[in-house]
Design a protein around this ligand. Structure first.
Ligand SMILES: Nc1nc2c(ncn2[C@@H]2O[C@H](COP(=O)(O)OP(=O)(O)OP(=O)(O)O)[C@@H](O)[C@H]2O)c(=O)[nH]1
Length: 391
């Protein structure tokens, strides 16, 4: 699939890397594969539930038909297979879709149950055959179509179920001594159903993977800064809004940091814009290293300014983090001969340290951090200044 505007996406995006490297064997890199697993289950869960209920209903209808048409020596084992094996297997899969721990393994559980159902139908055909009852084998074609297109199984699971059911049918008919011409015809039709199913299922899964990557890229485009891969300002504001409310509810302190690269215009003028871009990426890398707890976040505020939020952090800890950041950037040892602050690229940091209150908007923290940053610049740059809110 050709996607437009890929140059705007952060080039380190895992979605972009996967898109460029491709996935011909329907396999992503490990992390991406796990994310796709969750996405696929989310997208198909409701459909799978309905498909299973429809399958249970149809199986019930077939059982009714069997009860009305079959002699008792065939009817009893056949109805038992339908209602005692196939329907419970379908219901077991349906039940597992409501349990988070089991949903993670839906392909495995669904595949296992589908295979048991497929073998159950082979056993039904075999039972009818053993009693010379003319039950059409074509029911197996319906089962195979169900595996590939309704059960929510992905290519591998559906193909394993489809082809094992085919082999089971072939073995059963060989055991029952079916004439070769009839067997060849039946197997040919069953194999054709499997080939059509496998190819269709492959393309469906391929398209689903493409959609997943396209959505990921779109999200990266909307939320991430194309140069540094950090969140962009809009995403940061949205995120802060939520963290702010949570901190206000729990009455825990947050620290908002404004971070500015010192004399960056001079750096650009001296080394050129692309060297400036590289320097910004490296600074961003240091910042990202220090916001790794789940509720901490750093973002590119715009230009050579960054912003970060640290949730439920002590004043001592945030002072240490700020010092680590300052030292971390200094220790990148990116020469900056035009800087009045040092011989290397450095940052100034303004920290707002406060416990949010419901009536105070989160912009207040950014304003306070800005004031602190101004002071850090005034005091000679390459340093951090912390301001507490006095309400
Ligand atoms: N290379 C590069 N430069 C950028 C980017 N965004 C903004 N800039 C540059 O960053 C510079 C910011 O300059 P100023 O706002 O004057 O700040 P400064 O030179 O860092 O001065 P102080 O902040 O006072 O230390 C400008 O030259 C912008 O062109 C970018 O994405 N890449």
């Amino acid at each position: 699939m050709k996607l437009p505007h890929l140059d705007w996406v952060n080039q380190d995006s895992p979605y972009l890397r996967q898109h460029k490297d491709g996935f011909r064997l329907l396999r992503f890199y490990a992390d991406m594969e796990r994310a796709f697993d969750r996405y696929h289950t989310d997208v198909y869960l409701i459909r799978i539930r309905w498909a299973l209920l429809v399958a249970v209903f149809l199986m019930g209808m077939f059982a009714l038909l069997d009860a009305l048409t079959m002699p008792s020596e065939v009817r009893n084992p056949v109805v038992l297979l339908r209602l005692g094996l196939i329907v419970p297997m379908l219901l077991l899969t349906w039940w597992s879709t409501y349990h988070e721990r089991l949903v993670k393994h839906l392909q495995l559980i669904g595949g296992f149950c589908a295979l048991a159902a497929g073998l159950g139908v082979v056993a039904i055909v075999g039972t009818a055959r053993a009693h010379d009852f003319p039950l059409p084998y074509e029911g197996l074609i319906l089962v195979i179509v169900f595996f590939y297109f309704l059960a929510g199984l992905r290519f591998v699971a559906a193909s394993v179920c489809g082809w094992l059911t085919f082999l089971a049918y072939l073995s059963m008919e060989l055991l029952m001594g079916m004439p070769a011409e009839t067997l060849i015809f039946n197997c040919f039709f069953l194999a054709t159903a499997n080939v059509i199913g496998s190819v269709g299922c492959y393309f469906l899964e391929y398209a689903s993977r493409e959609n997943f990557l396209a959505q990921g890229l779109l999200q990266d485009l909307a939320e991430k800064d194309g140069l540094t891969g950090l969140l962009n300002r809009r995403a940061f504001n949205e995120y802060t809004e939520r963290s702010w409310r949570q901190a206000s509810r729990e009455q825990v302190p947050v620290a908002v940091m404004m971070i500015d690269v010192d004399f960056f215009k001079r750096y650009n003028d001296h080394f050129g814009h692309s060297a400036g871009d590289e320097a910004l990426k490296k600074v961003a890398g240091v910042l990202a290293e220090h916001a790794k707890r789940p509720l901490d976040v750093v973002a590119r505020y715009g230009g050579e300014e960054f912003i970060g939020l640290w949730f439920n952090v002590s004043e001592m800890a945030i002072r240490e983090i700020a010092e680590d950041l300052r030292r971390g950037v200094e220790q990148l040892h990116m020469a900056h001969p035009q800087s009045d602050a040092a011989q290397v690229v450095t940052i100034s940091i303004g920290i707002a340290y406060l416990t949010p209150r419901p009536h105070i908007p989160n912009e207040e923290a950014q304003r306070l951090a800005d004031v602190a940053l101004y002071l850090a610049k005034e005091n000679g740059r390459n340093q951090a200044v912390l301001k507490r809110h006095g309400y």
